[in-house]
Design a protein around this ligand. Structure first.
Ligand code: HEM
Length: 189
């Protein structure tokens, strides 16, 4: 720093003078903001992906649920029947379940990322991790069936279908907890 350079004096503080009209306006804005925040805290966490107020996620989840439980049922029938129709039906059901699960997961993820209050719920994290595990189990289940054929179906395929159904029940429990306990996606009207 050059010692010969004059030191600049800092600018004097400008005193703000508000007239009564401006004060009133500022007060009204502050009150409105506080009321807005209070009202928002009272409202239910919103579903980001919805059509005319109807959350999309609950419309999609019956598909993977039905397909995966269907695969367990056709595996069980296969334990009693040598008809190749049953293991083939299981594989198709697993494939359809995986495609519909990915669509359901994307819609659920949109709601999860769209609202901080949903992300703050422990049930939402369990639900998400449980569903990632579900998709991984069923993807492995289908992959081994395609690679190893009928040898894999009994008992390993059947066991995996059973485990996936238990995980599905856990995930449903957590999903319903979000909706029926924490009112996620429930209309405020
Ligand atoms: C196979 C995949 C999935 C299935 C079968 C599934 C199933 C469910 C079920 C049964 C509910 C309760 C719905 C109701 O009764 O109204 C639910 C709600 C919910 N799920 Fe999932 N879920 C899946 C994936 C995900 C993923 C990956 C996320 C991301 C975190 C997620 C986030 C949510 C949220 C935020 C709700 C609250 C309701 C809503 O936002 O619509 N879901 N899910």
């Amino acid at each position: 720093m050059d010692p010969r350079r004059p030191v600049k004096t800092p600018p004097r503080h400008v005193k703000l003078k508000w007239n009564s009209k401006e004060c009133g306006l500022l007060g009204a804005v502050a009150v409105q903001t506080v009321i807005g925040h209070l009202l928002e805290a009272e409202m239910n966490p919103k579903s980001t992906l919805s059509i005319a107020g109807h959350p999309v996620h609950p419309m999609l989840v019956p598909f993977p649920i039905a397909f995966f439980v269907g695969a367990l049922l056709t595996d069980i029938v296969h334990t009693q029947s040598d008809d190749p129709f049953w293991p083939s039906a299981s594989s198709w059901l697993l494939g359809a379940g995986l495609i519909s699960a990915i669509l359901a997961a994307l819609s659920g993820l949109t709601d999860f990322l769209g609202e901080a209050r949903i992300r703050s719920l422990r049930a939402a994290w369990y639900h998400m991790l449980g569903n990632v595990a579900l998709v991984a189990i069923e993807a492995f289940n289908l992959w081994r069936r395609v690679a190893d054929g009928l040898d894999f179906v009994i008992p390993m395929g059947l066991v995996l279908s059973l485990v996936a159904t238990v995980v599905l029940l856990f995930n449903g429990w957590k999903g319903w907890e979000m909706v029926y306990r924490h009112r996620v996606g429930i209309s405020d009207k």
